[in-house]
Design a protein around this ligand. Structure first.
Ligand code: GLA
Length: 381
C-alpha cells in the first residue's frame, strides 16, 4: 500500500523533495573491483527516484511503485529478506552514525530496469541515503556515502559487492565514463571521444537464480587464489607472473584468477584505445573480456552470449555483457546512424530465438546522484 502523503505526522507543508540516483554500465573491468583492480563504469540516464516527505517519528515507510509493495520500519531495523533491506540497511547505518533523527515517507519509482545488472541496488541505496540525509538536514561526502551504501549491501542483502557501483553512482560526471583504481580510489573522468558513436544497452530480461551466492562464491575463489599465490589481492599479480605461477592453483580457482589478472591489464589498454579513438582495439578488448567472463569466470549465460554474438554480427564496434552476470544486460558501441536499426534487429533476433521481448535502448553518460530541485531554482537539474 502506498504511504499516506498527507499524514498528520508530516513535518512539512511544503510538499515532498525529490532525489535521484543513476544506474550504470561497466565498459570493461568486470569482477575486478573486489580484487582491488581497475574498473571503467559509466552512469546512464536511467534513474531510481525517491520522493520524500519528512515525519517527526523515527519511522520510515517505503513504497515501491514498480513492485507495488510497501514496508514500514524503525530507523534502525534488522534485515527481513526482501527488497526493503536496501533501505533498511542504509537507514540503520546512517542512524548509527548519528545522522538520522526523523523518518519519513519514501515513494520509490524507477526508469532503470530493476535487477537487470545496471546497478539498481546501488542506485536505490544511494537515492534513499540522500533522501534520508536531506530530510534530516545532513550531508555526507560522496566517498563516505559510497562506502556506507556498500556496507549496507554487505550487511543487509548479504551481497559482498565491490565498490564500483556505489562509487560511480556518487562520483559520475555527465558526458564521461570513469576509470577507477579500486585500491587507491584514484580515478579520472574519460570523455567518450566520438559524437558519432552511441552506447546501446540490451537487457536480456533474464535473472538466473542464486546470482548473489554465485557472486560471493567467485569472490571467495579469488581470495583463495591470492592466498595460494602469497599476495594480499590478485591486483598484485601481473599476467607474466601469473603464467609463471599458475600451476600452484587448482581449478576452478586458476581460471578465476586468470580472468582477474588479464582483465585488469585489459582495462588499462582499453582506456588508451578509447582515448585515441581506436575502435578496432576497443572492440577486441571487449570481445576478450566477454569471452573470459564466459569461459574462465563462468558468469555469463546463453542469453547474454546470444546478445553479444548477435550484436557483433550486426556490426557493433564492441559488445560484451556488463555487470555481475547470470543474466542482466549487454552493451554495444554502435555508429549513431545505425543505432535504431541495430536495436530493432537485435530485438527481433533475440525474440525469435528465446521468445523474450528484450528491452533495448541507447544511453547517455549521466551525472552523479543528486536532489532534483524544482525547475527555476538556482541549482536545479
Ligand atoms: C556487481 C557488484 C560490483 C562488481 C560487479 C562485477 O555489480 O555490485 O561491485 O563486482 O558486479 O564487475
Amino acid at each position: 500500500m502506498r504511504p499516506e502523503r498527507n499524514s498528520e505526522t508530516a513535518l512539512s507543508q511544503s510538499g515532498p523533495r525529490l532525489f535521484r540516483a543513476p544506474g550504470r554500465v561497466n565498459l570493461i573491468g568486470e569482477h575486478t573491483d573486489y580484487n582491488e583492480g581497475y574498473v571503467f563504469p559509466q552512469a546512464i540516464d536511467r534513474y531510481v527516484y525517491v520522493e520524500a516527505l519528512p515525519w517527526a517519528e523515527p519511522v520510515i515507510e517505503v513504497w515501491s511503485e514498480e513492485l507495488n509493495a510497501s514496508a514500514r520500519f524503525e530507523l534502525q531495523s534488522a534485515a527481513v529478506g526482501n527488497w526493503s533491506d536496501y533501505a533498511r540497511g542504509v537507514s540503520a547505518l546512517l542512524r548509527v552514525r548519528g545522522l538520522l533523527r526523523h523518518g519519513g515517507a519514501l515513494r520509490i519509482r524507477s526508469t532503470l530496469p530493476l535487477g537487470g545488472g545496471l546497478s539498481s541496488s546501488a542506485a536505490l541505496e544511494v537515492a534513499v541515503a540522500l533522501a534520508l540525509l536531506g530530510l534530516n538536514g545532513k550531508q555526507l561526502p560522496p566517498m563516505e556515502l559510497a562506502r556506507l551504501c556498500q556496507r549496507a549491501e554487505h550487511e543487509y542483502p548479504k551481497m559482498r559487492c565491490g565498490i564500483m557501483d556505489q562509487f560511480i553512482v556518487t562520483h559520475a560526471q555527465e558526458g564521461a565514463a570513469l576509470m577507477l583504481d579500486c585500491r587507491s580510489l584514484e580515478h579520472r573522468q574519460v570523455r567518450l571521444p566520438d559524437g558519432n558513436i552511441r552506447l546501446v544497452v540490451a537487457n536480456t530480461m533474464v535473472k538466473h537464480e542464486l546470482a548473489a551466492s554465485a557472486y560471493n562464491q567467485r569472490r571467495r575463489e579469488c581470495e583463495e587464489a591470492a592466498r595460494l599465490l602469497g599476495v594480499s589481492s590478485l591486483r598484485d599479480v601481473t599476467p607474466g607472473e601469473f603464467h609463471a605461477k599458475s600451476r600452484l592453483l587448482p581449478e576452478p580457482v586458476r581460471s578465476r584468477a586468470r580472468h582477474i589478472v588479464e582483465e585488469n591489464a585489459r582495462v588499462l589498454f582499453f582506456a588508451q584505445a578509447l582515448e585515441r579513438g581506436d575502435w578496432r582495439e576497443v572492440g577486441e578488448l571487449m570481445a576478450e573480456s566477454h569471452d573470459s567472463l564466459k569461459n574462465l569466470y563462468q558468469v555469463s549465460c546463453p542469453e547474454l552470449d546470444f546478445m553479444v554474438d548477435a550484436g557483433r554480427e550486426l556490426g557493433s564496434l564492441g559488445s560484451r555483457m556488463t555487470g555481475g552476470g547470470f543474466g542482466g544486460c549487454t552493451i554495444h558501441f554502435v555508429e549513431a546512424g545505425q543505432a535504431e536499426g541495430f536495436s530493432a534487429e537485435l530485438a527481433t533476433r533475440y525474440r525469435r530465438h528465446f521468445g523474450i521481448r528484450a528491452q533495448i535502448f541507447p544511453c547517455l553518460a549521466a551525472g552523479a546522484a543528486c536532489e532534483v530541485l524544482p525547475a527555476g531554482s538556482a541549482s536545479g537539474t
